[in-house]
Design a protein around this ligand. Structure first.
Ligand SMILES: Cc1cc2nc3c(=O)[nH]c(=O)nc-3n(C[C@H](O)[C@H](O)[C@H](O)COP(=O)(O)O)c2cc1C
Length: 177
């Protein structure tokens, strides 16, 4: 028998795909934020949409520069991904603090995260919805994938710091709802 489900928790049922780490750069300062509210929008050229909270440094930088990289981590980076989601780049240099390596991208100023097997260089193509819904529409202008990784061991966020990785639940210290 199904029961009514609290509307405020619906996001835990509809959490989309793999947790991503989005990098941006403002002048020389590169930043990383962890995010999971993303979606594909079109095939070719590939368009994606990201929901990025307006309190974050990433929101401000993305609005200003119109460029970012979507990096997809595997489960070995889960702790570092949570760490990047628990603090703001306003106060912490996350690349240094969490031992991640920035690599120059080819088409955008934001760096790739070397430790992630997939890196998608993106340019914002529509930002009107960012003002109202924190929603950015991006065109992926260059994509990188490690050819040795056929089956990526990505992970999904189920809410409140619980992740699904390889069919198993993992509880972390994430401060996310
Ligand atoms: C697993 C996980 C998923 C997250 N998903 C999102 C998201 O989809 N959108 C968002 O705005 N913040 C999300 N966050 C929170 C941001 O990562 C967090 O606010 C971060 O501190 C922002 O960093 P910044 O100020 O350096 O940009 C998520 C955090 C975690 C740990």
């Amino acid at each position: 028998m199904k029961k009514p489900f609290p509307l405020a928790k619906v996001y835990t049922l509809l959490e989309p795909g793999a947790v991503a780490m989005v990098t941006t750069a403002l002048k020389d300062r590169a930043n990383i934020m962890t995010m999971s509210w993303h979606t594909m929008i079109d095939f070719d050229p590939p368009l994606a949409g990201l929901v990025i909270g307006d309190q974050s440094q990433t929101f401000q930088t993305l609005k200003r520069t119109g460029e970012c990289v979507i990096n997809i981590p595997e489960t070995g980076l889960l702790k570092k991904a949570v760490a990047c989601g628990n603090v703001s780049g306003r106060t912490v240099n996350k690349f240094k603090a969490f031992g991640l390596t920035p690599v120059k991208a080819s088409k955008v100023k934001a760096p790739l995260v070397k430790e992630c097997p997939v890196n998608l260089e993106c340019k914002v193509v529509h930002r009107t919805l960012a003002n109202r819904y924190n929603f950015f529409i991006l065109k992926i202008v260059k994509a990188w994938a490690d050819p040795n990784k056929k089956d990526l061991r990505t992970f999904r966020h189920l809410g409140k710091g619980v992740f699904l990785a390889g069919g198993k639940k993992i509880k972390t210290s994430s401060r996310m709802k």
